[in-house]
Design a protein around this ligand. Sequence first.
Ligand SMILES: *[C@@H]1O[C@H](CO)[C@@H](O)[C@H](O)[C@H]1NC(C)=O
Ligand SMILES: *[C@@H]1O[C@H](CO)[C@@H](O)[C@H](O)[C@H]1NC(C)=O
Ligand SMILES: *[C@@H]1O[C@H](CO)[C@@H](O)[C@H](O)[C@H]1NC(C)=O
Length: 348
Amino acid sequence: MARLSNYVLSLLGTFVFSQGIQAYDYLSHARSSSDALMHWYNQDTGVFNGTGWWNSAECITALADIQGIDSKSNFDDVLQNTFEINKNIWTTKSDFYDDEGWWALAWIKAYDLTRNQTYLKAAEQLFDDMAKGWTTKCNGGIWWDKDKTYVNAIANELFLSVAAHLARRTWDIKYLNWAVKEWQWFEQSGMINKNNTINDGLDGSCSNNGYTVWSYNQGVILGALVELSKASFDSSYIHIAKDIAWAAIHELTDSKGVLHETCEKGCGGDVSQFKGIFNRNVALLYTATSDPGLKQFLEVNAQSIWKNDRDSENRLGLKWSGPYDKADASTHSSALMALIAAASVQNI
Ligand SMILES: *[C@@H]1O[C@H](CO)[C@@H](O)[C@H](O)[C@H]1NC(C)=O
Ligand SMILES: *[C@@H]1O[C@H](CO)[C@@H](O)[C@H](O)[C@H]1NC(C)=O
Ligand SMILES: *[C@@H]1O[C@H](CO)[C@@H](O)[C@H](O)[C@H]1NC(C)=O
């Protein structure tokens, strides 16, 4: 029944397109794909089969995001189940600070949806643990890992984003202070290169290591700066975010405007998660800028995913430009985030 109605919807979409009217109902596509994500949900572990611990935080974030914009979607039980099963291991399950950041952002989103303080408290607890990773090695910033081997972009962008989000939700000045301190360090750390894109991290002598410009490193920073600008009432952060977003769009999209990761012939199970994170954060930046080019970027990518990167059960693969190859909870939830991002800006 669900499959039939999706089929009818897609026929209808094709028909309407041929009449030159709005062809893509981003919200219904996002809804169908959110339901499809549940194919991989393991009720007993509270996480998604066949993918990693942090990837499940992204799956949960996507479900919370769709619920926030769609009155027909309700994943309260899933959020609650995942939380309850794993509630004692948020800060101990992983040896990586970025994993804590992903879960903190997931629970902040759950808090935004439900106003349930339990989720906010978990995010604060995760943040406190991340703050223990602050290091003087490169005059600031947090380590990527609890073994203290690497100072990189993603852990620091997440630390900034979680701090800025908590600043606006608790109004505890400690979070704003951390966010400003992290940004002041990050901005001059050397990780933002002269093209305004962000490399992976710093080498042993604290210089930009020139490693891959991954999409998610261009993304998390956008949502972080939007939140920081709101928390500090300082719009200058938005201008910086726009420069980074456009630099990334120029560097990482093909001639049709579709986003790619550099490794799409063989990305691992972490990288297959990245692109949707960029789009999710571009949508947050769009809400703060109304830049029509950003909206267009989101629409082009959502259209390409739906048209070229989907199987008959609405599962979504790694290559947004197509052809569809195979899907797992990581490729699927990543592309789902891009569908949700387009749906979230459609009427604003
Ligand atoms: C997830 O994996 C477990 C263990 O292999 C299996 O028992 C369960 O049926 C799977 N669930 C889903 C939704 O695939
Ligand atoms: C708040 O969320 C927690 C974790 O999911 C849940 O156990 C609790 O019942 C929720 N409280 C309310 C009032 O819904
Ligand atoms: C900047 O972009 C140019 C053109 O795409 C590229 O050749 C160069 O390597 C980039 N520089 C850095 C520091 O990423």
